[in-house]
Design a binder for this molecule. Structure first.
Ligand SMILES: [Zn+2]
Length: 198
């Protein structure tokens, strides 16, 4: 196929399909190697300047142009993602057609290699961060504290039950029966609070 010496008419459907699949794969691997050569980097830089790979969806990145990146250099592991050099995060491609392309066809090094060579195109970092607020008050500190309180309460309750069970297991059978009754009544309010949370 590559040397144009393949007699495609003489092949049956299955073999032909397999050859085409292998050719696509070979092209992808050549592409991964090409994009990190100086000529490949130049071509990709032009595309980056025209924002052909899309723009960062993060508001504070101010429409930063994206670059494709793989999460693995081994083919058929993960699909291609889009890297934002401003927030240094990765995103799923918008179109499902792009989202189905193998990440190894770009490789894990490509965008970082591009900025190593063309460092003047590296955007300035934006230190601004979005702060969640409710009526102007920061919420995440309070929310964190509440989560911590809930966790501490649950752990305390668990320890209390364990201690009680240990104490009761040292006594007779009648006592043990009572413990079961006690622990059952202790578990009930616990499950109720869990239901309330959901
Ligand atoms: Zn970004």
């Amino acid at each position: 196929m590559i040397t144009d010496n393949l007699d495609e008419d003489g092949l049956d459907e299955k073999v032909r399909e397999q050859i085409e699949k292998s050719a696509r794969h070979l092209f992808g691997m050549i592409h991964a190697r090409f994009v990190i050569t100086s000529r490949g980097l130049m071509k990709m830089l032009d595309k980056y300047k025209r924002a052909e790979f899309g723009r960062c969806p993060r508001v504070l990145c101010n429409m930063q142009s994206l670059l494709p990146v793989g999460l693995s250099d081994i083919p058929m592991t993960k699909t291609v993602k889009l890297y934002c050099p401003r927030c240094e995060d990765i995103y799923n491609p918008k179109s499902s057609r792009h989202g189905a392309i193998d990440g190894a066809y770009f490789g894990t090094s490509f965008p970082h290699m591009l900025f190593q060579v063309h460092s003047n195109y590296l955007p300035s970092k934006n230190t601004e961060r979005y702060v969640p607020r409710i009526f102007g008050f920061k919420v995440h500190d309070i929310a964190n504290q509440q989560r911590w309180q809930d966790k501490a309460r649950e752990e305390f309750e668990k320890k209390r039950l364990e201690k009680q069970q240990q104490m009761n297991s040292n006594t007779g059978v009648t006592r043990q029966l009572k413990t079961l009754e006690n622990s059952a009544s202790l578990i009930e309010p616990n499950t109720n609070t869990n239901d309330n949370k959901q």
